[in-house]
Design a protein around this ligand. Sequence first.
Ligand code: GZL
Length: 351
Amino acid sequence: MKKQITVAGLAALMALSLAGCGTNNGGTTPSTSDTGATSATDTASSSGYNLQVKDLNGDGIITVGFAQVGAESGWRTANTQSYKDYFVEANGFKLVFADANQDPDKQKQDVRDLIAQGVEVIDLAPVTDSGWEPVLQEAKDAGIPVVISDRQLSVSEDLYLTYFGGNMYAEGQRVTDFLKTYMADNNITTANIVHLQGTIGSTAQIGRSQALTEAAAANGWNIVYEQTGEFTQAKGQEVMESFLQQNKDFNIIYSENDDMTYGAIAALQAAGKDPKSYVIVSFDGNKSAVQMVVDGTIKAIGQCNPLLGPQVGDLIKKSMNGEAIPKITYSQEVLIDSSNAADQLKTAFGS
Ligand code: GZL
Protein backbone atom coordinates (compact mmCIF):
# COMPACT_ATOMS: atom_id res chain seq x y z
CA MET A 1 0.00 0.00 0.00
CA LYS A 2 2.49 2.59 -1.22
CA LYS A 3 1.43 6.22 -0.97
CA GLN A 4 2.86 8.74 -3.43
CA ILE A 5 2.52 12.47 -2.88
CA THR A 6 1.54 14.37 -6.03
CA VAL A 7 2.18 18.05 -6.60
CA ALA A 8 -1.51 18.31 -7.54
CA GLY A 9 -2.34 16.92 -4.13
CA LEU A 10 -0.35 19.76 -2.64
CA ALA A 11 -2.44 22.28 -4.57
CA ALA A 12 -5.17 21.68 -2.02
CA LEU A 13 -3.33 23.72 0.57
CA MET A 14 -4.67 23.10 4.08
CA ALA A 15 -6.16 26.17 5.75
CA LEU A 16 -3.49 27.27 8.12
CA SER A 17 -3.64 30.13 10.53
CA LEU A 18 -0.97 30.84 13.06
CA ALA A 19 -1.53 30.64 16.76
CA GLY A 20 1.33 31.68 18.97
CA CYS A 21 1.46 29.81 22.24
CA GLY A 22 3.82 30.08 25.15
CA THR A 23 5.66 26.88 25.94
CA ASN A 24 8.84 25.62 27.55
CA ASN A 25 11.77 25.11 25.22
CA GLY A 26 10.96 21.45 24.66
CA GLY A 27 7.59 22.22 23.22
CA THR A 28 6.28 19.00 24.65
CA THR A 29 4.36 20.46 27.60
CA PRO A 30 2.96 23.89 26.80
CA SER A 31 3.49 26.21 29.76
CA THR A 32 0.31 28.05 28.76
CA SER A 33 -2.92 26.60 27.42
CA ASP A 34 -3.03 26.13 23.68
CA THR A 35 -5.20 29.23 23.28
CA GLY A 36 -3.00 31.43 21.14
CA ALA A 37 -1.92 33.50 24.13
CA THR A 38 1.76 34.38 23.93
CA SER A 39 3.98 35.15 26.90
CA ALA A 40 6.22 38.22 27.10
CA THR A 41 9.34 36.26 26.16
CA ASP A 42 7.87 35.07 22.91
CA THR A 43 9.56 37.61 20.64
CA ALA A 44 12.88 36.64 19.14
CA SER A 45 14.58 39.90 20.12
CA SER A 46 13.50 39.68 23.77
CA SER A 47 14.94 36.17 24.08
CA GLY A 48 18.61 37.30 24.03
CA TYR A 49 18.90 36.36 20.35
CA ASN A 50 20.01 39.36 18.29
CA LEU A 51 20.65 37.90 14.82
CA GLN A 52 18.44 39.10 11.99
CA VAL A 53 18.19 37.53 8.52
CA LYS A 54 20.28 39.62 6.08
CA ASP A 55 21.30 39.45 2.42
CA LEU A 56 24.92 39.05 3.51
CA ASN A 57 26.42 38.73 0.02
CA GLY A 58 24.23 41.49 -1.43
CA ASP A 59 22.97 39.40 -4.35
CA GLY A 60 19.34 40.35 -3.67
CA ILE A 61 18.50 36.72 -2.91
CA ILE A 62 18.32 35.04 0.51
CA THR A 63 20.04 31.66 0.40
CA VAL A 64 18.25 29.26 2.75
CA GLY A 65 20.07 26.13 3.90
CA PHE A 66 17.39 23.53 4.68
CA ALA A 67 18.56 20.68 6.94
CA GLN A 68 15.74 18.16 6.40
CA VAL A 69 15.09 14.98 8.43
CA GLY A 70 14.89 12.56 5.51
CA ALA A 71 12.18 11.05 3.28
CA GLU A 72 10.59 8.58 5.70
CA SER A 73 6.91 9.44 5.33
CA GLY A 74 4.19 11.03 3.27
CA TRP A 75 4.31 13.96 5.69
CA ARG A 76 8.02 14.44 5.01
CA THR A 77 7.60 14.28 1.25
CA ALA A 78 4.90 16.94 1.38
CA ASN A 79 7.01 19.04 3.75
CA THR A 80 10.04 18.93 1.43
CA GLN A 81 7.90 19.79 -1.60
CA SER A 82 6.42 22.74 0.28
CA TYR A 83 9.93 24.16 0.76
CA LYS A 84 11.03 23.44 -2.80
CA ASP A 85 7.88 25.13 -4.11
CA TYR A 86 8.22 28.22 -1.95
CA PHE A 87 11.94 28.97 -1.64
CA VAL A 88 12.49 29.94 -5.29
CA GLU A 89 14.04 32.99 -6.95
CA ALA A 90 10.61 34.41 -7.81
CA ASN A 91 10.01 34.70 -4.06
CA GLY A 92 13.50 36.12 -3.42
CA PHE A 93 15.07 32.90 -2.20
CA LYS A 94 17.48 30.14 -3.18
CA LEU A 95 17.25 26.74 -1.44
CA VAL A 96 20.27 24.61 -0.53
CA PHE A 97 18.82 21.25 0.51
CA ALA A 98 20.44 18.66 2.81
CA ASP A 99 18.79 15.29 3.56
CA ALA A 100 19.92 13.66 6.82
CA ASN A 101 18.34 10.30 5.92
CA GLN A 102 17.02 10.16 9.51
CA ASP A 103 20.59 10.14 10.87
CA PRO A 104 21.04 12.66 13.74
CA ASP A 105 24.85 12.69 13.42
CA LYS A 106 24.75 13.25 9.67
CA GLN A 107 22.30 16.08 10.22
CA LYS A 108 24.71 17.90 12.52
CA GLN A 109 27.36 17.61 9.82
CA ASP A 110 24.81 18.83 7.26
CA VAL A 111 24.31 22.00 9.31
CA ARG A 112 28.07 22.50 9.65
CA ASP A 113 28.38 22.12 5.87
CA LEU A 114 25.65 24.73 5.35
CA ILE A 115 27.51 27.11 7.67
CA ALA A 116 30.72 26.52 5.67
CA GLN A 117 28.85 27.22 2.42
CA GLY A 118 27.87 30.63 3.81
CA VAL A 119 24.10 30.33 3.51
CA GLU A 120 22.26 33.34 4.88
CA VAL A 121 19.72 31.51 7.06
CA ILE A 122 19.38 27.89 8.12
CA ASP A 123 16.06 26.07 8.53
CA LEU A 124 16.52 23.00 10.71
CA ALA A 125 13.92 20.24 11.02
CA PRO A 126 15.74 18.19 13.66
CA VAL A 127 15.69 14.39 13.52
CA THR A 128 16.06 14.20 17.31
CA ASP A 129 16.21 16.61 20.21
CA SER A 130 19.71 16.13 21.61
CA GLY A 131 23.24 17.46 21.15
CA TRP A 132 22.32 20.59 19.17
CA GLU A 133 23.76 23.32 21.40
CA PRO A 134 27.33 23.31 19.96
CA VAL A 135 26.14 23.35 16.34
CA LEU A 136 23.61 26.11 16.99
CA GLN A 137 26.30 28.13 18.74
CA GLU A 138 28.59 27.70 15.70
CA ALA A 139 25.82 29.04 13.44
CA LYS A 140 25.26 31.96 15.81
CA ASP A 141 29.01 32.72 15.91
CA ALA A 142 29.03 32.66 12.09
CA GLY A 143 26.21 35.23 12.08
CA ILE A 144 23.74 32.80 10.44
CA PRO A 145 20.23 32.83 11.97
CA VAL A 146 18.63 29.41 12.55
CA VAL A 147 14.90 28.78 12.18
CA ILE A 148 13.74 25.56 13.80
CA SER A 149 10.75 24.05 12.03
CA ASP A 150 8.57 20.96 12.26
CA ARG A 151 10.11 19.47 15.43
CA GLN A 152 11.03 21.70 18.35
CA LEU A 153 14.31 21.56 20.28
CA SER A 154 14.69 21.83 24.05
CA VAL A 155 17.54 24.32 23.79
CA SER A 156 18.01 27.82 25.17
CA GLU A 157 15.96 30.43 23.31
CA ASP A 158 19.13 32.46 22.68
CA LEU A 159 20.36 29.80 20.25
CA TYR A 160 17.74 30.15 17.52
CA LEU A 161 15.67 32.83 15.80
CA THR A 162 12.21 31.23 15.93
CA TYR A 163 10.27 27.95 15.87
CA PHE A 164 7.36 27.18 13.57
CA GLY A 165 5.51 23.87 13.43
CA GLY A 166 3.05 21.62 15.19
CA ASN A 167 2.54 21.30 18.94
CA MET A 168 2.97 17.56 19.22
CA TYR A 169 1.94 17.32 22.86
CA ALA A 170 -1.32 19.14 22.08
CA GLU A 171 -1.86 16.82 19.10
CA GLY A 172 -1.50 13.86 21.45
CA GLN A 173 -3.93 15.37 23.94
CA ARG A 174 -6.56 15.80 21.19
CA VAL A 175 -6.23 12.12 20.29
CA THR A 176 -6.26 10.82 23.87
CA ASP A 177 -9.28 13.02 24.67
CA PHE A 178 -10.98 11.48 21.63
CA LEU A 179 -10.13 7.97 22.87
CA LYS A 180 -11.66 8.66 26.28
CA THR A 181 -14.89 9.97 24.75
CA TYR A 182 -15.05 7.22 22.13
CA MET A 183 -14.67 4.51 24.78
CA ALA A 184 -17.42 6.04 26.90
CA ASP A 185 -19.77 6.47 23.94
CA ASN A 186 -19.21 2.87 22.83
CA ASN A 187 -19.22 1.25 26.30
CA ILE A 188 -15.61 0.15 25.97
CA THR A 189 -14.45 -0.33 29.54
CA THR A 190 -10.97 -1.77 28.95
CA ALA A 191 -8.16 -0.23 26.93
CA ASN A 192 -5.35 -2.58 25.86
CA ILE A 193 -3.21 -0.35 23.66
CA VAL A 194 -0.58 -1.12 21.03
CA HIS A 195 1.63 1.97 20.90
CA LEU A 196 3.61 2.49 17.65
CA GLN A 197 6.08 5.25 18.47
CA GLY A 198 7.78 7.55 16.02
CA THR A 199 11.55 8.11 15.88
CA ILE A 200 12.68 7.89 19.49
CA GLY A 201 13.97 11.24 20.73
CA SER A 202 12.21 13.33 18.10
CA THR A 203 9.95 15.90 19.74
CA ALA A 204 7.15 14.55 17.55
CA GLN A 205 7.49 11.21 19.35
CA ILE A 206 8.20 12.76 22.75
CA GLY A 207 5.08 14.95 22.74
CA ARG A 208 2.70 12.37 21.31
CA SER A 209 4.02 9.63 23.63
CA GLN A 210 3.85 11.91 26.67
CA ALA A 211 0.16 12.60 26.02
CA LEU A 212 -0.58 8.87 25.84
CA THR A 213 1.46 8.02 28.93
CA GLU A 214 -0.36 10.68 30.94
CA ALA A 215 -3.82 9.67 29.67
CA ALA A 216 -3.14 5.98 30.34
CA ALA A 217 -2.13 6.75 33.92
CA ALA A 218 -5.14 9.01 34.47
CA ASN A 219 -7.67 6.56 33.00
CA GLY A 220 -6.28 3.15 33.92
CA TRP A 221 -5.46 2.21 30.32
CA ASN A 222 -3.00 -0.63 29.63
CA ILE A 223 -0.18 -0.17 27.11
CA VAL A 224 0.38 -3.81 26.18
CA TYR A 225 3.03 -3.19 23.51
CA GLU A 226 5.21 -0.21 22.76
CA GLN A 227 7.88 -0.01 20.08
CA THR A 228 9.17 2.46 17.53
CA GLY A 229 8.22 2.06 13.91
CA GLU A 230 10.57 4.95 13.04
CA PHE A 231 7.72 6.81 11.28
CA THR A 232 7.94 4.43 8.28
CA GLN A 233 5.31 2.13 6.74
CA ALA A 234 7.66 -0.83 6.42
CA LYS A 235 8.86 -0.70 10.02
CA GLY A 236 5.33 -0.10 11.28
CA GLN A 237 4.18 -3.30 9.55
CA GLU A 238 7.18 -5.23 10.86
CA VAL A 239 6.53 -4.13 14.46
CA MET A 240 2.82 -4.97 14.24
CA GLU A 241 3.58 -8.39 12.74
CA SER A 242 5.94 -9.21 15.58
CA PHE A 243 3.36 -8.15 18.15
CA LEU A 244 0.57 -10.21 16.53
CA GLN A 245 2.75 -13.31 16.85
CA GLN A 246 2.55 -12.90 20.65
CA ASN A 247 -1.24 -13.45 20.56
CA LYS A 248 -1.83 -10.83 23.26
CA ASP A 249 -5.23 -9.16 23.61
CA PHE A 250 -5.52 -5.60 22.38
CA ASN A 251 -8.33 -3.37 21.17
CA ILE A 252 -6.65 0.00 20.46
CA ILE A 253 -3.74 1.01 18.20
CA TYR A 254 -2.17 4.42 18.91
CA SER A 255 0.13 5.04 15.96
CA GLU A 256 2.25 8.21 15.88
CA ASN A 257 1.98 8.73 12.13
CA ASP A 258 -0.12 7.61 9.16
CA ASP A 259 2.69 5.65 7.48
CA MET A 260 3.10 3.35 10.47
CA THR A 261 -0.68 3.10 10.59
CA TYR A 262 -0.77 1.89 6.97
CA GLY A 263 1.83 -0.73 7.91
CA ALA A 264 -0.11 -1.84 10.99
CA ILE A 265 -3.32 -2.17 8.95
CA ALA A 266 -1.48 -4.28 6.36
CA ALA A 267 -0.22 -6.54 9.15
CA LEU A 268 -3.73 -6.94 10.58
CA GLN A 269 -5.15 -7.81 7.17
CA ALA A 270 -2.34 -10.29 6.47
CA ALA A 271 -3.25 -11.98 9.76
CA GLY A 272 -6.89 -12.20 8.69
CA LYS A 273 -8.05 -9.54 11.14
CA ASP A 274 -10.50 -6.75 10.30
CA PRO A 275 -8.90 -3.35 11.09
CA LYS A 276 -12.38 -1.88 11.65
CA SER A 277 -12.82 -4.12 14.68
CA TYR A 278 -10.08 -2.16 16.46
CA VAL A 279 -9.93 1.47 17.60
CA ILE A 280 -7.10 2.80 15.40
CA VAL A 281 -5.92 6.37 15.93
CA SER A 282 -3.15 8.06 13.99
CA PHE A 283 -1.31 11.36 13.36
CA ASP A 284 -0.60 13.60 10.35
CA GLY A 285 -3.66 13.61 8.02
CA ASN A 286 -2.45 12.35 4.64
CA LYS A 287 -5.35 12.25 2.18
CA SER A 288 -5.53 8.44 2.12
CA ALA A 289 -5.56 8.30 5.91
CA VAL A 290 -8.36 10.86 6.07
CA GLN A 291 -10.27 8.71 3.57
CA MET A 292 -9.84 5.81 6.01
CA VAL A 293 -11.51 7.93 8.68
CA VAL A 294 -14.44 8.46 6.30
CA ASP A 295 -14.50 4.68 5.75
CA GLY A 296 -14.28 3.93 9.50
CA THR A 297 -10.96 2.06 9.30
CA ILE A 298 -9.18 4.80 11.28
CA LYS A 299 -11.28 6.35 14.05
CA ALA A 300 -9.36 9.64 14.46
CA ILE A 301 -6.23 11.50 13.31
CA GLY A 302 -4.27 14.15 15.19
CA GLN A 303 -3.75 16.57 12.30
CA CYS A 304 -0.18 17.79 11.69
CA ASN A 305 0.38 20.17 8.79
CA PRO A 306 3.51 19.62 6.61
CA LEU A 307 3.00 22.60 4.32
CA LEU A 308 5.28 24.89 6.34
CA GLY A 309 7.29 26.57 3.56
CA PRO A 310 5.21 29.74 3.06
CA GLN A 311 4.84 30.40 6.80
CA VAL A 312 8.58 29.91 7.44
CA GLY A 313 9.27 32.20 4.47
CA ASP A 314 6.97 34.82 5.99
CA LEU A 315 8.83 34.69 9.32
CA ILE A 316 12.18 35.04 7.50
CA LYS A 317 10.91 38.07 5.59
CA LYS A 318 9.62 39.64 8.81
CA SER A 319 13.06 39.17 10.37
CA MET A 320 14.72 40.79 7.34
CA ASN A 321 12.38 43.77 7.72
CA GLY A 322 13.30 44.15 11.38
CA GLU A 323 9.82 43.20 12.52
CA ALA A 324 9.30 41.48 15.90
CA ILE A 325 8.56 37.80 15.34
CA PRO A 326 7.22 35.32 17.90
CA LYS A 327 9.85 33.01 19.37
CA ILE A 328 7.46 30.10 19.00
CA THR A 329 4.50 29.80 16.61
CA TYR A 330 2.38 26.69 16.31
CA SER A 331 0.40 25.61 13.29
CA GLN A 332 -3.31 25.59 13.96
CA GLU A 333 -4.35 21.92 13.95
CA VAL A 334 -7.53 19.96 14.63
CA LEU A 335 -8.64 16.45 15.40
CA ILE A 336 -10.01 14.66 12.34
CA ASP A 337 -12.80 12.17 13.11
CA SER A 338 -16.06 11.00 11.57
CA SER A 339 -17.65 14.40 12.24
CA ASN A 340 -15.32 16.39 9.94
CA ALA A 341 -13.34 13.88 7.83
CA ALA A 342 -15.39 14.36 4.65
CA ASP A 343 -14.75 18.11 4.82
CA GLN A 344 -11.07 17.71 5.76
CA LEU A 345 -10.61 15.38 2.78
CA LYS A 346 -11.04 18.39 0.46
CA THR A 347 -7.84 20.01 1.76
CA ALA A 348 -5.83 17.04 3.04
CA PHE A 349 -2.22 16.93 1.83
CA GLY A 350 -0.61 14.24 -0.29
CA SER A 351 -2.38 11.30 -1.88
C1 GZL B 1 5.69 15.94 12.64
C2 GZL B 1 6.82 15.28 11.86
C3 GZL B 1 6.66 13.80 11.87
C4 GZL B 1 5.39 13.32 11.18
C5 GZL B 1 5.87 12.06 10.56
O1 GZL B 1 5.87 17.35 12.61
O2 GZL B 1 8.07 15.61 12.44
O3 GZL B 1 7.76 13.23 11.16
O4 GZL B 1 4.34 13.11 12.08
C6 GZL B 1 7.23 12.48 10.05
O5 GZL B 1 5.07 11.57 9.52
O6 GZL B 1 8.00 11.39 9.71
